[in-house]
Every structure is written in structure tokens, then in C-alpha cells.
Design a binder for this molecule. Structure first.
Ligand code: MN
Ligand code: MN
Length: 453
């Protein structure tokens, strides 16, 4: 009877021996989170780890040979790491694909203005965020400015204890009677997300003395002028770092778990594996939160170009290689939350602590926008995970017709590569401070590492 019935079990019951390793792994992951608040920073952190593991840079067109460990840095915004196996690429590659961009608030190209004793930046939010969550909380400024002279200036303000932070004003409850009656979606509007960035005027500056003071300080520190914002990518993200949550320290609270909580285990899996037979590829993509478009998104031809180039260099057929390849689309799913039980279908939801969650399909309104993996592929991955003793579960993102979401899976599957979604369940996904379970992060690492073999 025990074997007849499927029973979801949490990692603590099913594999208590893994808990200590999971808590250790979480320490490394939390360091990665704090040093990787944007896709550019995640690329830098990942390259640093890859170089330590013996990976070397690769450019399209380079020669490659079995045993090579290389990385393709795509414009500093996305990264593809690969290990060339001894087996022919006609037998396919093992691919993991996660994304390293997260919802945030970007500065506009003419951002700085002054109004009534304060200076602000105008913004346009990036990805699906609940705007009210981003007010009245400390924010850090990250990004890059390409100056008129072509010089690239990196900016990161608000992360060190002595740094100033930035802020989005909200209304005091005393005057919020009308605002409090508005729906959550419209109480704070897109154009209300203005970043407070100064309030001291520059003496004898004429018009807009506070704005001019901000510009003077920026010029002193970075050599930039107001026109340089035109060629900048500046974002505000929560200034808080990753922290343990709860008396038992079993959860991690942080900005950006979606999708660094899958990107980091996927990265570590390809760095740590001792498999030399299979060719492995790990994609850390940008732009997932806004549709995976553009040169650094998963829809970019760079991924297919790399597979083509590897096959060309190693005497394999890229079409045959893709048809024989398998991909784990490593992205987060929603964790079942008893506080908001009505939007979930509990039997098919991911439960915190029950391991990495496999989603045969994603999408919304009748699976629309999902690549819906085949039963054969799910069967193959399921056998692999069970064979290696990985704690895993299945997931569906909420009730039918309640909403939904997508991942990069379809963009890989469209290239004739068998692809299955699997990732870590997240509480309060897309919030400035999201929550995951340490044992779930570790089970993702175990799943990706098993997959490389
Ligand atoms: Mn995601
Ligand atoms: Mn997301």
C-alpha cells in the first residue's frame, strides 16, 4: 500500500541527512545574492567563480576541443558556460537555462528633476512588480553610465553600511483616506515611482539648486554630466541584503531570488561536476522578466549560434545535436501560501521544503504560452531524480484561470530541444524581499548536478 499511493514529503522527513549540507550551500548562495543585484553584476560574479574553476573566455568562432571549459560573455549582460564532453555532440548536450535579471525600477533617460525642496529621478519599472511594495523602503542605485567620451562608469551606491540609500515617498495614513480606497494595482501608479535623491541646494546655483547640487556631486565622483543619463542603464533595487528568516534559520529572505535561486545552483552544478563524457551548457539569460527579447534575452540567436559553432568545430551536425539535447528550464514557481490559499490548488502546488519543483506546463488560460513538456521527458527526468535520491515535487502556478506565468522554456523548446521547467518554489515572488527554503535551494543544486551526468 505504501508504494501504491503518491505522498509528497518534505526534505527534512525524506532526507534528513541533507539538511546540514543545504544550510552550508545557502551561505554561498547568499553571498552570490548580495554581490549580484543586477544581471551585469551576476555575470561578473559568475565569471569570477568560473575562472576559479578553470573556465576560460570563448568568442564565437573560437576553436574548441573535448575537455574545454569555456564561457561566452554576451555583452556583460548574459552568460553561457559550457564544458565540452568526450562524447559526440550528435548525441546532444545537457542544457540548463536560468535568468539573472529580476524585477526592479529603471531610471528614465532624462531622469533628474527638482520639486519643492527635493530632487528626484523619474523611472520606468522593469518586469511585473506590485508598485505599492516599493515605496517607503531603502533602495540602492546600480548600473552603468557610458559617458560622452565613451568611458564606461560602473555605479553601486547603497550597499555598504556607510552609503546613502534612495527612497520612494508614500502617503501618510493621516491623509490617505482616498488613496486607501483605491485598488492595490492603482493606488501607486507607474509615474509615482519617483526616486528621492537629494534635498540640499547648491549656493548661488540659480534655478533648480538642489538638482544642480546632485549633478555637481555626480560630476565630482564619476565625471558625468546630465546628458550622460541618455546612455546609461541605472536601476534601483532594494538596499537590503540576504538574511535568514525564522528562529530555525531554515528560510532565506532576499531581493532577486527569481531567478538567481535557480541561476546559482545551475552555475555551481556546471562548475562542480566531474562528468567529462557529456557536453554541458549553462545559460544565464537576461530580459526574462520583460519577455526574453533582445540580444541578451533567451530569444537571441546567440544560443543557437553557440550550438552551431560547437558542432562546426567538433564535426557534429547542429540539427542532430539539438534534436538529441535536453534542457532543464530552471526558473522559480509559486510556493503554496496558506495566507492566500484561495488562489492556489493545493494538491498541485509546490509546498515549501518539499524540494525543487517540476512543472510539466506553465502558461495561463488553458496552458496558453506554455511549451508543455512531453510525458516521455517528464518520465526521463523523474527517473533521473529518483535514481539520485533528489527530493523533488511537482508544481502548478496557482489555480486554473487565476493568473499564470511563463519562463524561457518555450524559447528553447521552439528550437527542437526537449525542455522541462524545474525550479525553486518562492514565497512573495517579485516582491522586494522574496523568501525561499534552504533545503529547496539545495535540492535544485542536486537536481542540476545529477543532470550533468
Ligand atoms: Mn523567473
Ligand atoms: Mn519573474
Amino acid at each position: 500500500m505504501e508504494e501504491l499511493v503518491y505522498k509528497k514529503q518534505n526534505s527534512y522527513e525524506k532526507a534528513p541527512d541533507k539538511t546540514a549540507a543545504a544550510f552550508e550551500f545557502a551561505k554561498d548562495y547568499m553571498q552570490f545574492l548580495d554581490s549580484s543585484k543586477t544581471e551585469r553584476e551576476a555575470v561578473d560574479t559568475a565569471i569570477e567563480a568560473a575562472v576559479k574553476a578553470g573556465f576560460t573566455p570563448y568568442t564565437l568562432g573560437d576553436k574548441v576541443a573535448a575537455g574545454d571549459k569555456r564561457y561566452l560573455n554576451n555583452r556583460g549582460k548574459s552568460l553561457i558556460l559550457f564544458r565540452v564532453g568526450s562524447e559526440s555532440l550528435d548525441l546532444g548536450a545537457r542544457i540548463t537555462a536560468a535568468h539573472i535579471d529580476s524585477p526592479r525600477i529603471d531610471l528614465k533617460q532624462q531622469p533628474l528633476y527638482e520639486a519643492d525642496g527635493m530632487a528626484f529621478f523619474k523611472t520606468h519599472y522593469y518586469g511585473g512588480l506590485r508598485k505599492y511594495q516599493w515605496t517607503a523602503t531603502p533602495l540602492a542605485l546600480h548600473g552603468v553610465v557610458i559617458r560622452a567620451d565613451g568611458e564606461s562608469i560602473r555605479i553601486s551606491i547603497g550597499e555598504d553600511a556607510g552609503d546613502p540609500v534612495f527612497y520612494i515617498n508614500d502617503l501618510l495614513p493621516h491623509l490617505a483616506a482616498a488613496q486607501s480606497k483605491e485598488p492595490l494595482a492603482t493606488a501607486i501608479k507607474g509615474e509615482d515611482l519617483n526616486i528621492l535623491c537629494g534635498s540640499a541646494p547648491l549656493a548661488e546655483a540659480g534655478d533648480d539648486p538642489i538638482k544642480r547640487n546632485v549633478l555637481k556631486l555626480l560630476n565630482e565622483k564619476y565625471g558625468i554630466t546630465e546628458s550622460d543619463f541618455v546612455s546609461a542603464e541605472l536601476s534601483v533595487v532594494p538596499a537590503t541584503g540576504a538574511r535568514d528568516i525564522g528562529f530555525d534559520r531554515a528560510l532565506i529572505g532576499s531581493y532577486g531570488h527569481d531567478d538567481r535561486v535557480c541561476a546559482y545552483p545551475a552555475l555551481r552544478a556546471i562548475l562542480d561536476t566531474d562528468d567529462t563524457t557529456h557536453t554541458q551548457i549553462c545559460v544565464l539569460a537576461d530580459k526574462e522578466e520583460i519577455g526574453s527579447m533582445g540580444v541578451s534575452g533567451m530569444q537571441s540567436a546567440v544560443f543557437s549560434d553557440l550550438v552551431d559553432e560547437l558542432c562546426l568545430a567538433l564535426g557534429a551536425n547542429p540539427r542532430v545535436c539539438r534534436a538529441a539535447s535536453v534542457c532543464l528550464s530552471a526558473d522559480v514557481t509559486a510556493a503554496y501560501d496558506p495566507n492566500f490559499a484561495s488562489v492556489y490548488e493545493k494538491r498541485n502546488s509546490a509546498i515549501v521544503g518539499c524540494g525543487v519543483a517540476m512543472s510539466k506546463f506553465t502558461g495561463s488560460r488553458g496552458k496558453s504560452g506554455s511549451s508543455d513538456a512531453s510525458a516521455e521527458l517528464v518520465g526521463r527526468i523523474r527517473r533521473m531524480l529518483d535514481g539520485a535520491g533528489v527530493v523533488w515535487q511537482t508544481a502548478e502556478l496557482g489555480k486554473v484561470d487565476e493568473g499564470g506565468g511563463g519562463t524561457v522554456a518555450m524559447f528553447i523548446a521552439n528550437r527542437n530541444i526537449d525542455t522541462l521547467d524545474i525550479g525553486v518554489p518562492v514565497i512573495s515572488m517579485h516582491a522586494p524581499f522574496e523568501v525561499v527554503s534552504k533545503v529547496d535551494v539545495y535540492s535544485a543544486y542536486e537536481a542540476f548536478k545529477t543532470f550533468t551526468k
